[in-house]
Design a protein around this ligand. Sequence first.
Ligand code: THU
Length: 141
Amino acid sequence: MDSQKNKATDLIRLAYEAQKRSYSPYSGFQTGAALETAGGKVYQGCNIENAGYTPSNCAERTAFFKAVSEGERSFTRIAVVGNYPGKPGDYCAPCGVCRQVMREFCDPETFEIIIARGPEDYKSFLLKELLPESFGPDDLV
Ligand code: THU
């Protein structure tokens, strides 16, 4: 239990580190993510906004796309943080698009999503809880 908590805390700290690299001149909302592979490697991501607005990318998807483009296909959990600079953060839950991207590569029964508002203050969900009755790769022939 303790080692699990410490490990979640490590992941959250890495999400906060990634958040510092947020490129968010339009919303001003800064997010960070740390995605853990089955092999224990961690890929970080931040939100990257765009003057065209719709090309903006969330921290979670940045982390996934970095990892998948490096050949990773198996993931255990992701930590997500988000807040306006200088304002106390609340839990930042992944948007629907990011949940669907997770569904592509992760087992809904086991993949864990950790949302934190501090290194020691977090909540954890399984993907199946945040994306019930989902559509995934196994639904296509
Ligand atoms: N954002 C994320 O990066 N992750 C989330 O879970 C929610 C929202 C980003 C997208 C956009 O750059 C900014 O936060 C405001 O929506």
